[in-house]
Write a protein of this length. Structure first.
Length: 149
């Protein structure tokens, strides 16, 4: 299967007028038949939410990419064809979010500010040709389109 993905973000008009940075960030990786990705939208009330959005997305995409690569090295064919159980998906996403939070905490510690100043929403997905698993923190939505048969 060939994945097609697009990532784009832009500064909103009101942010541009106020001289604020773009607080949105997204990224994805395609690893053979698996695609992983994340999107974050910085909280407007958080001073460094643009930094938080970028850090959390990079952390998530890196973490999920490493997991996908390990599965592929083991040549685990059923791993990408069988959907994750709810329990396994929750475990995967919990670990991923904890890693992302640790990344934010490390940034806050280094820069000597509260982790809340990095606040952002977060949407995460993992997809194979047979299934999609996704989660979110905050507002947002993920849309998929099935390939026509």
């Amino acid at each position: 299967m060939t994945w097609k993905a697009i990532e784009c973000h832009a500064i909103g008009v009101s942010h541009e007028k106020q001289g604020m940075p773009c607080q949105d960030y997204g990224d994805y990786r395609i690893l053979d038949n698996v695609i992983v990705g994340a999107v974050a939208d910085g909280a407007g009330s958080a001073k460094y939410s643009d930094v938080g959005a970028k850090l959390v997305v990079e952390s998530v995409v890196n973490h999920l990419s490493q997991i996908a690569k390990r599965i592929q090295k083991r040549k685990c064919t059923h791993c990408s064809s069988q959907a994750l159980s709810q329990q396994r998906a929750e475990k995967l996403f919990t670990k991923t979010v904890l890693k992302a939070r640790a990344t934010l905490q490390q940034q806050a510690d280094v820069k000597d500010y509260s982790i809340m100043e990095l606040a952002c929403t977060l949407l995460i997905f993992v997809a194979t040709p047979q299934w999609v698993a996704a989660m979110q923190i905050g507002d947002g939505f993920i849309v998929t389109r099935s390939r026509r048969q």
